[in-house]
Design a protein around this ligand. Structure first.
Ligand SMILES: [Zn+2]
Length: 475
């Protein structure tokens, strides 16, 4: 074991020396890679954009999409993509300007003066880092707020999805900001302190810290944080509750509570999920899901969700995320004291080894510069993780099909697709890069194969219309 540690240590030291070379133009490299990533994103989007000019739905959806719905879905998809393209270009330009104007460097000096002014000792590097991150985060968050506002109140509004009021939206943003300060700053201080205390071999200690934080968050998020935004009500006695409880019993899913949340307060998009400890789980259904589907369809959606549970998908994804984190931190150990990287972005290179005013190194700056450099690698990580989640979706669908829910799941997915006005056509590359789920035609085809049935080819829209008409009558 100790020989592995020593080996890794010597590789890290050698790589660190190799990468700390003043001839490497780090700033130019970051800007160039960022331009390349932007071009890639635009290329992928342009492929999807072409799908919005196709006049007819794909064969699998022809029976299920009325002309009017199809046109609406195409228009909505096009609007969303145009928004994304503009935001991608804007973010690239903003990043470019912030780096070229040396905002991150200046912010370090400005926050030093603020600390002086309020009588705080500048050698308190972690405090200084917290001031710095607050200032730089606010600068990057402000344009983002405008984008979010535009998305909710212009795009979602135009297509009839927005249900949130301006007042609720502002309250949400304030709550999010307060949470970021209350949870984010102490977390960051802990993160920096662990590296400072652990010194050279910080990676395992930092991993331990981060894994603990994730576990704590998993427990507190649904109990303390989500209720700040949504109201949870137990699903009343009735067919839905009966079906879900029976299914949970059958699969030995440790269901403790079954809730419905008021998702419709903000948006008419629908969803269902579960969370909790291995021996005590909660299922949450969006009120929109209950409104839009019959009880047997809700059960089918739940059967799919419980397929994820049965196959340990959340745990597997968590492990993949930890693997990703581990190598990210391992590589950070190579760059943490890179003087050339600091100097290239206009920081005092002495910062890479320790604060020039005394005290330890401002690790946060090193981490931010390292992230800028390796951000383009996320493109590959995204492909990899999406390939995993897509596989898991097929498995969960197959699970539901084997339990006999093929038709209901198919009907629910089609309804979900229609109600959410999801894009009928997806470019293969765009979908593989951006989507964690396979497209609806892909899923329907696969489900049909699992079942060996032919229900897909039958006219299902007639059935949906029949159900809708019946529901209307009941109202
Ligand atoms: Zn799923």
């Amino acid at each position: 074991m100790s020989s592995i540690v020593a080996g890794l240590d010597s590789i890290t030291t050698r790589l660190a020396a190799l990468c700390d070379n003043p001839d490497i133009p780090y700033e130019t490299l970051v800007l160039g890679l960022s331009a390349l990533t932007t071009v890639w994103e635009l290329y992928v989007s342009s492929r999807q954009m072409a799908c919005y000019s196709i006049p007819l739905p794909p064969p699998e959806l022809q029976h299920h999409l009325k002309k009017e719905t199809y046109d609406k879905a195409q228009a909505y998809g096009k609007d969303k993509l145009t928004f994304n393209v503009r935001q991608t270009v804007f973010n690239f330009v903003l990043g470019f300007v912030l780096i070229k104007a040396r905002l991150f460097t200046r912010a370090w000096d400005w926050t030093a003066s603020i600390m002086d002014a309020v009588g705080l000792d500048q050698s308190r590097v972690i405090t200084h880092s917290l001031f710095w991150i607050t200032l730089t985060s606010i600068v990057s968050a402000v344009p983002n707020l405008f984008w979010m506002y535009y998305y909710t109140f212009v795009i979602e509004e135009r297509h009839g999805f927005n249900k949130t009021t301006k007042k609720l939206w502002v309250t949400d943003q304030i709550k999010t900001f307060v949470l970021a300060v209350v949870l984010g700053l102490p977390f960051l201080a802990g993160f920096l302190k662990v590296i400072e205390l652990a010194g050279k071999n910080f990676v395992p200690w930092l991993m331990l810290f981060l894994v603990s934080v994730q576990l704590i968050l998993q427990i507190i998020f649904p109990i303390f944080i989500q209720p700040l935004f949504n109201k949870f009500t137990p699903v009343p006695e009735g067919e839905v509750r009966q079906r879900v409880e029976k299914l949970s019993n059958k699969l030995q899913f440790p269901l403790k509570h079954l809730y419905v949340i008021d998702g419709s307060k903000r948006s008419s998009h629908s969803n269902a999920y579960f969370y909790g400890l291995p021996w005590s789980k909660q299922i949450v259904l969006y009120d929109t899901l209950l409104d839009q589907n019959t009880p047997s369809e809700v059960e089918a959606v739940l059967a799919h969700e419980l397929g994820h549970w049965k196959f340990w998908h959340p745990t597997r994804l968590l492990l993949i995320a930890q693997g990703n984190l581990l190598w990210t931190l391992g590589l950070f150990a190579v760059f943490i004291h890179n003087k050339s990287l600091f100097a290239s972005f206009g920081f005092d290179p002495r910062l890479a080894v320790g604060s020039p005013v005394g005290g330890p190194q401002p690790i946060l700056i090193g981490f931010m510069l390292y992230q800028l450099l390796f951000e383009p690698l996320d493109t590959f990580v995204k492909f990899f993780i999406n390939s995993k989640t897509r596989k898991y979706e097929y498995q969960a669908d197959e699970f539901a099909v084997r339990l006999g829910h093929a038709k209901d799941l198919g009907a629910a997915l089609i309804k979900l697709h229609v109600e959410n006005l999801s894009s009928p056509h997806s470019d293969k590359l765009f979908s593989k890069y951006h989507h964690s789920h396979p497209t609806l035609p892909e899923r329907l085809r696969a489900m049909n194969e699992f079942e060996g049935g032919d229900w897909l080819t039958k006219n299902q829209s007639a059935k949906i219309e029949e159900i809708k008409a019946k529901e209307k009558k009941e109202l």
